[in-house]
Design a protein around this ligand. Structure first.
Ligand SMILES: [Zn+2]
Length: 202
């Protein structure tokens, strides 16, 4: 697993967004797998301290349970992306079922941004999805969900890779909370001290 996706791989996958084309000091924080009660609020409060904006790639099944968190994310000026209803593994599901699962989530999200769980979809699924959505992957993955890494290591993966236009992934989930809750406030402090600001995906 790469922390930073190699340039060659990014060039070989046109139509997929790996970073934002910008030359000013802006980065794009993203939070996958939420909303999660207690954790989403922590993220929102932390972002608010810097007036930082982010994009939340949410799961439809969580949004159905916690619609007030979706409203809160949007009310605070962030964006929502579709991360499927059930965190599908694209390689285990046919295109028809994948699109139905996406459609169910998008009844709530009404977004044109999409991030496939595990960063993977089948070729046929990709063709269908790209007709309707912008597919957003990432430049830098914090691996906050992994117990193999300490909170300090997760922080360094992010602060070591801050460049204009980079898209950074954290997780809005119980599994990632210990690492994310340590790394996110410190990463934001670092990002803003370096003169960068955080924005929603365009
Ligand atoms: Zn995910």
């Amino acid at each position: 697993m790469f922390i930073k996706i190699p340039k060659l791989l990014r060039l070989l996958t046109p139509g997929i967004i790996w970073e934002v084309d910008c030359h000013c000091k802006q980065v794009y924080l993203t939070f996958d797998d939420g909303p999660t009660p207690g954790i989403t609020e922590f993220i929102l409060e932390t972002l608010a301290k810097y007036d930082a904006k982010a994009t939340f790639f949410c799961l439809g099944k969580n949004a159905e349970l916690y619609p007030h968190l979706i409203e809160k994310i949007l009310a605070e000026g962030h964006r929502i992306g579709n991360h499927t209803t059930n965190h599908l593994k694209g390689w285990q599901v046919c295109s028809k079922d994948y699109m139905a699962d996406m459609k169910r989530a998008n009844k709530i999200f009404k977004t044109n941004l999409f991030r496939p769980p595990y960063g993977r979809v089948g070729f046929k699924q990709a063709i269908r999805l790209l007709k309707q959505y912008k597919m957003v992957l990432w430049t830098v993955i914090s691996q906050d969900y992994s117990k193999k890494f300490t909170p300090e290591e997760v922080l360094r993966k992010v602060t070591g890779h801050i460049r204009p236009g980079y898209i950074i992934v954290f997780h809005d989930s119980v599994k990632a909370y210990d690492n994310m809750s340590y790394a996110l406030p410190r990463a934001l402090e670092y990002i803003y001290k370096k003169g960068y600001t955080c924005h929603v995906l365009p």
